[in-house]
Write a protein that binds this ligand. Structure first.
Ligand SMILES: [Zn+2]
Length: 327
């Protein structure tokens, strides 16, 4: 019973970065944000094209407006954050295979080229010459391990704790370490670059859909009301202006249950969006009206092709509570 009910659900895949990494230990940023290598991604999209019907959120809205049903095989491919590998690596593969996708971008990063805060925090922890980590706000005072892999674990633990804090305090902590360790985010890094508007225009012209992921990738529920409203409304205005579009869809940065709430959903509705995605694992019924808590199926780089096929075939078997650290 459960299975037949869920097969009619809409599967929305959630990717972050697509990158082939030769030496994981040498990679200076958050490996958990790498959803697939170029080779894995190509195989996944080939599978999708052969066995499913890839669509965009716009197609969902058109179907409900016209009273049509979508194919039960409909799948939406989404990307969060807007890393430039989405343009360099994923986009050519999608284009070649004729698979449309939706890219959720944080407009402040697209405008400025500035690196993403959480990823920069991981970068600093992996590379810092400091022997100790001191964060007064969290009463942390501990030795930093030598190895990069051990430092990645420190970073993962720290990010888990930070995501309970309000957005201002999260920024204060990250900026404090940038200052203390002399590793300003403005210095940037080629492995942590956002897409730019010209790239997004090219992707849009090729049939890709661009949605909002806020302005500065803040957890919207952790912001004061005015700042939250601004992130929701202004990110849409910016995308609409830059891409001559009318953006229908947003995904909440980080996206777990503590990243959005009713006030966020009200702001999203009032700003003119018609669909919103969380990062809560699962499928959702095909929306027939505005819907702001769509669930997604996160793709991670350790999944092999059999896992990917099973995730699509029997998503209910895979919709365990995710770590929800990213999004
Ligand atoms: Zn994100």
């Amino acid at each position: 019973m459960l299975r037949s009910a869920m097969v009619r659900d809409l599967r929305i895949l959630a990717y972050h970065r697509v990158l082939s990494i030769e030496d994981e230990d040498a990679f200076g940023f958050d490996l958990d944000l790498v959803s697939a290598s170029a080779e894995q991604f190509r195989a996944q999209m080939e599978w999708l094209r052969r066995h499913y019907v890839p669509i965009r959120f716009r197609d969902v809205i058109e179907a409900w407006e016209q009273g049509r049903s979508l194919s039960p095989k409909s799948v939406i491919v989404t990307f969060d954050d807007g890393y430039d590998d989405n343009y360099r690596i994923a986009f050519p593969i999608l284009q070649e295979l004729g698979v449309p996708a939706t890219f959720f971008v944080s407009t402040g990063h697209v405008d400025s080229g500035r690196a993403y805060a959480y990823d920069w925090l991981v970068h600093m922890l992996v590379h810092s010459p400091a022997a100790r980590l001191r964060i007064g706000e969290l009463e942390i005072e501990e030795a930093l391990p030598e190895s990069r892999s051990a430092r990645r674990l420190v970073a993962a633990r720290l990010l888990d704790r930070m995501k309970w804090l309000d957005a201002g305090l999260q920024s204060t902590i990250i900026e404090g370490l940038e200052h203390e360790w002399g590793m300003p985010r403005e210095s940037g890094h080629p492995d942590c670059r956002p897409v730019n508007w010209d790239q997004l225009r090219e992707m849009q012209a090729a049939g890709m859909e661009i949605g909002s992921h806020g302005i500065w990738h803040n957890m919207l529920a952790k912001l004061p009301a005015q700042a939250m409203l601004a992130e929701v409304a202004e990110s849409k205005l910016t995308i609409d202006r830059e891409l001559l579009a009318d953006t229908d869809v947003i995904s909440y940065p980080v996206g777990g249950h503590d990243a959005y709430n009713n006030a966020v959903i009200d702001a999203v509705r009032e700003s003119g969006y018609r669909l919103g995605c969380s990062y809560v694992a699962g499928t959702s019924q095909v929306p027939r009206q505005p819907e702001f808590e769509l669930r997604r199926l996160p793709i991670e780089r350790h999944m092999d092709q059999a896992w990917f096929a099973s995730l699509l075939g029997i998503p209910e078997a895979f919709t365990y509570p995710s770590r929800q650290r990213i999004g």
